[in-house]
Write a protein that binds this ligand. Structure first.
Ligand code: CUA
Length: 199
């Protein structure tokens, strides 16, 4: 015997307007199309720009100061073309990589009297960059971007040896920094700032 209550409720439920049904199904279609296109775009991006997608995900998961030491040369802030000194945000930024047993670049030119933001990371083990004649030092740890502020009032050449025992080649690990007056710095090409080559 069927339930009379349910019969009543069914009978009294207002029939859906055809326009409401149409609207609902078109909303569903839009959602489906959006979902499928987003998925397709994500798949395409991953195939077309694998390194960019990977570094974007790393950035989201690890925060802005983490880097993958294995892919430094492939993408991101520490690709070769980005190393050395560049004028940025009213000062100068120097980017270097520490690796067994050298600092890359091997020599950087910076201007005197200007704040310098030194950003570094390691491709392998822990190193420590020091600048002779100053109290500046920077521990460079693989997987992280470390940063320090420098300023050179005196023009000249500074040695930058590694001060953390990082393997048998540790004692040969050093780089040079040459501070020049700002007008001279401005005239140097990007390559000259990275290699300390005379112009
Ligand atoms: Cu690098 Cu010691």
């Amino acid at each position: 015997m069927p339930n009379s209550n349910s019969k009543i409720s069914l009978a009294t439920r207002p029939a859906d307007e055809p326009s409401a049904v149409k609207a609902r199904s078109s909303v569903r279609r839009v959602i489906r199309v959006a979902f499928v296109s987003t998925t397709l775009i994500c798949v395409w991006l991953t195939v077309r720009f694998p390194y960019e997608v990977e570094s974007g995900i790393e950035h989201l998961l690890d925060g802005p100061n983490r880097v993958n030491p294995q892919t430094l040369h492939l993408h991101g802030e520490f690709v070769e073309s980005n190393l050395g000194s560049v004028e940025e945000q009213g000062g100068v930024t120097v980017r270097m990589i520490a690796e067994q047993y050298l600092f890359v670049p091997q020599c950087v030119v910076v201007p005197t009297g200007v704040p310098i933001n030194l950003r570094m990371t390691s491709a392998d083990v822990v190193h420590q960059l020091t600048i002779t004649g100053t109290t500046n030092e920077l521990k460079v740890v693989p997987g992280y971007i470390v940063e320090t502020r420098l300023q050179f009032e005196r023009a000249g050449e500074y040695q930058m040896p590694c001060h953390e025992f990082c393997g048998p080649g540790h004692y040969t690990m050093r780089s040079r920094l040459i501070a020049v007056p700002p007008e001279q710095f401005r005239e140097l090409s990007r390559e000259a700032r990275m290699s300390c080559a005379k112009q």
